[in-house]
Each structure stands twice: as C-alpha cells, then as structure tokens.
Design a protein around this ligand. Structure first.
Ligand code: ADP
Ligand code: 5GP
Length: 205
C-alpha cells in the first residue's frame, strides 16, 4: 500500500489509535502480529506483563515482561496497569505509561489481549478499535494449539475451554478477521488500521 496512505502528514499532530486484538489461544495472534508490525509504519505493540512461565522461544522484555506474582500485584496496586486479567492460571496486564506516551507521539498502539481485558478497554476508551481474530474452524484451532506444542495437554484442554467462551463473546468487537491464510489476515488487519487513521477526529488539546 502507498506510503502516503499509511500515515497522513497529520500523524504527528494527532493522537494515535488504540487497537485491541483478541482471539483464542492458538488462533495465530502472534504469527499475524509479527508480520503486521513489520509491514505497518507507526504501529507499535504494547509489551504486557505476565506471571506466566516463559516459553523457550520467548525473550524477557521482548515478548513479555515476566514478573513474579508479588511484582504483578505491586504494579496493579500502584495503578501502573491500564487493564489486567487472569487467564489459564496466570496474570496478564498492559503497562499504562507506554500506551499513553506512544499515542501522544502519534503512533497507533496494538494490545494483543484476551477478551476480559478487551472489555475493560472498551469501557475505559470507547474510541478503541476492537478486532477479533477467529480460526477458520474449531478443529483448525485445536490442531494449531496442539501443533505449537508449548503447553501440556491439560493446559491445552483448559485453553480450548477458554477459547469457546471467548468465541461466544465476539459481539463485543467491531471487526472480525478470520486467520485462514496468514497473509490475507495481515492484509485485512492492515486495511482496518489504515481506515481508522482516516477517520475525522478531534486533535489533541
Ligand atoms: P496465538 O498467538 O494466537 O496463541 P500463534 O501465533 O502462536 O497463536 O499460532 C499458533 C500456531 O498456529 C503456531 O504454530 C503457528 O505457526 C500456527 N499458525 C498461525 N497462523 C496459522 C495459519 N493461518 N494457518 C496455519 N497455522 C497457523
Ligand atoms: P499466552 O499465555 O498464550 O501468551 O497468552 C494468553 C492470553 O493472554 C492471550 O489471549 C493473550 O492475548 C492474553 N494476554 C497477553 N497479554 C495480555 C494483557 O496484557 N492483558 C490481557 N488482558 N490479556 C493478555
């Protein structure tokens, strides 16, 4: 897509959008987001804090800020988190300061979070753009989650239960993108993000 469409000349004068991407575990959020970030100027992903154990493929401060439960409770109590939720036995939250700063600088900020967190953002920031990433079928989701092989079978089972709950709440979201072919999903997400940039809004006071 043409660079002029990516970010109009007014980018630096306007507050960036808050983009929320949710979807069941294993649907491919990480996969599509990696490509989306590479291809989309002025879009930054917020790095969440979590108490979950780090996977072998993950890096601290890149994929997540890995915290102890005590550190997480402290962050939450001191108001550092914009939203937070418990998911499959671990806590996750979005650090507030990064989001605020980047939006003020005119960058769009992408939150890749589960549905309870998306609900909190919808209440706090009704202007946020909520997108749900769906699998082409539940069977495809099961095989992706099992194929990723990052969780024990009982954790896979609990994530699949959670997946059904999350899919049943997709009406909360303004957009649904199906992740069948990765490139098509990325393209659709990018179209949404660029269209949202063209909306007429009030400049920052
Ligand atoms: P999430 O971040 O939503 O938990 P991941 O990005 O880790 O999901 O993807 C889960 C697994 O599914 C990974 O092994 C990934 O390579 C695979 N995957 C992602 N998107 C697709 C797709 N469109 N088709 C087939 N496999 C996919
Ligand atoms: P995972 O353990 O697979 O990395 O993430 C589990 C779920 O937690 C995913 O749906 C992921 O999007 C979500 N998640 C990651 N970070 C946050 C966060 O900061 N807040 C909330 N509410 N959910 C998050």
């Amino acid at each position: 897509m043409n660079q002029q469409v990516n970010c109009s000349a007014t980018c630096s004068q306007r507050q960036g959008n808050l983009i929320v991407l949710s979807g069941p575990s294993g649907v491919g959020k990480g996969t599509v987001v990696a490509q989306l970030l590479e291809q989309t100027p002025h879009l930054l992903r917020s790095i969440s804090v979590t108490t979950r154990q780090k996977r072998n493929s993950e890096l601290d401060c890149i994929d997540y800020f890995f915290l102890t439960k005590e550190q997480f409770s402290q962050s939450r109590a001191s108001g550092e988190l914009l939203e937070w939720a418990e998911y499959a036995g671990a806590f996750y939250g979005t650090p507030r300061s990064f989001v605020r700063q980047q939006q003020q600088d005119g960058n769009d900020v992408l939150l890749v979070i589960e549905v309870a967190g998306a609900r909190q953002i919808a209440q706090l920031a009704p202007e946020a753009v909520l997108i749900f990433l769906s699998p082409p079928s539940f069977e495809a989701l099961e095989s992706r989650l099992a194929g990723r092989a990052t969780e024990q079978p009982e954790q896979v089972a609990s994530r699949l239960v959670k997946a059904k709950e999350e899919i049943s709440q997709k009406e909360l979201f303004a957009y649904e993108v199906v992740n069948d072919i990765v490139e098509i999903a990325v393209n659709n997400l990018q179209h949404i993000i660029y269209s949202e940039r063209l909306k007429i809004r009030q400049p920052i006071r």
